[in-house]
Design a protein around this ligand. Structure first.
Ligand code: SF4
Ligand code: SF4
Length: 341
């Protein structure tokens, strides 16, 4: 595309610039949180660390099961749990964002989604195409993430509220974040092979992890099913070029439908950005007249995320009040701590 064409495209739709900005900010934020948390753990293991970091509560964004447990605890008792409250704040915030802006957590924020996107775009640029599993295989494979989600929901819903609190306050629950970090620090051969296969698959199949296996994304997709935001095609303006369907990473038939309601739509707006016909395709909110531009989605996502963070922090429901000596005892012993029965 020439410079002039590119400039005109940006004037028509700048959603991808906004989306890339949101993805980059969130990826950097997660890397920063990860580095701080690693140094915090090293320090408590008695290792050298460049500085003595405090534990960043944002790391609980990687504890979705604790988030679900705490959400259930809050719903049933009316009390915000003490341990890992940020996990609950984050999962509820991401559900709200996915409801308002069509699974926008996956398309705009999730660092795993961002890296997956880099991989399949690398594959597309290298091999000039991506691949899709045949329908007979794609549909059952997509069901896997819902099966995983059902298993997690069953585990959370089948426990009594007392057991939930007992789990989170057990030694394992207190340092569930450290156990998660250790999973990635000390990958078993099986896990390393699985991750390697997944990375290679992601180069060829767009968002392979998100599409087939991510239970977090499955949950966000269920929230998005109820969303008033939808990709909407105006038949009279559409010139049937099918460009929208070709760029859709979720393989949705955007060029054939009037509205996209699918739980697979990640609200990425790639289809809108590529559409050459003025007024043919837009992300709309509660009706065809309210158009959500990329800037509006980005501002909405940022405002809601920051409001949730500030609200939790100011009300004292962000940090887990776990004393330093508990961490000093539990972190060096983390490998010996088993999941409570
Ligand atoms: S339909 Fe459009 S917004 Fe939804 S996933 Fe496909 S390209 Fe992205
Ligand atoms: S890219 Fe736009 S004009 Fe082309 S088929 Fe899709 S909606 Fe119609």
């Amino acid at each position: 595309m020439s410079r002039g064409q590119w400039k005109r495209r940006l004037e028509i739709d700048d959603s991808q610039r906004w989306r890339r900005l949101a993805q980059t900010v969130f990826l950097v934020l997660n890397l920063w949180i990860g580095i701080q948390f690693l140094f915090f753990v090293w320090h408590h293991e008695g290792r050298w660390a460049p500085w003595i970091a405090t534990r960043p509560p944002g790391v609980e964004g990687w504890l979705p099961i604790a988030g679900l447990m705490n959400t259930r605890y809050l719903v049933e008792t009316g009390t915000i749990p003490l341990i890992h409250p940020a996990a609950m704040v984050l999962i509820v915030t991401f559900l709200i964002l996915s409801f308002l802006f069509r699974k926008s957590f996956c398309g705009w924020l999730c660092p795993v989604g961002t890296v997956s996107e880099w991989l399949w775009k690398l594959g597309r640029d290298t091999f000039r195409r991506n691949f899709a599993a045949p329908k007979w295989l794609d549909i059952p494979l997509r069901g896997l993430k819902y099966l995983l989600l059902a298993a997690f929901l069953y585990a959370v819903l089948s426990m009594s509220v007392r057991d939930l609190a007992g789990f989170l306050e057990s030694p394992y629950g207190l340092i569930a974040d450290v156990k998660m970090l250790n999973f990635f620090r000390y990958l078993t051969p099986g896990a390393a092979i699985f991750l390697g296969v997944l990375v290679i698959a992601s180069i060829f199949v767009p968002n392979a992890w998100c599409r087939y296996l991510c239970p977090y994304g499955a949950l966000m997709g269920l929230a998005a099913l109820l969303s008033p935001a939808k990709i909407r095609r105006e038949k009279t303006a559409c010139i049937d070029c099918a460009k929208c369907a070709r760029v859709c990473p979720s393989h949705l038939p955007v060029d054939k439908l009037v509205q996209i309601r699918s739980a697979e739509c990640i609200g990425c707006m790639e289809c809108v950005a590529v559409c050459p016909a003025e007024g043919a395709l837009a992300l709309t909110f509660a009706g065809p007249r309210r158009v959500l531009t990329g800037r509006r989605v980005a501002v909405g996502v940022a405002v809601i995320f920051l409001a949730a963070y500030a609200g939790a922090r100011l009300s004292g429901h962000w940090d887990s009040p776990i004393p330093g000596d508990v961490y000093r005892t539990l972190i060096p012993a983390a490998s010996g701590l088993d999941h409570p029965r």
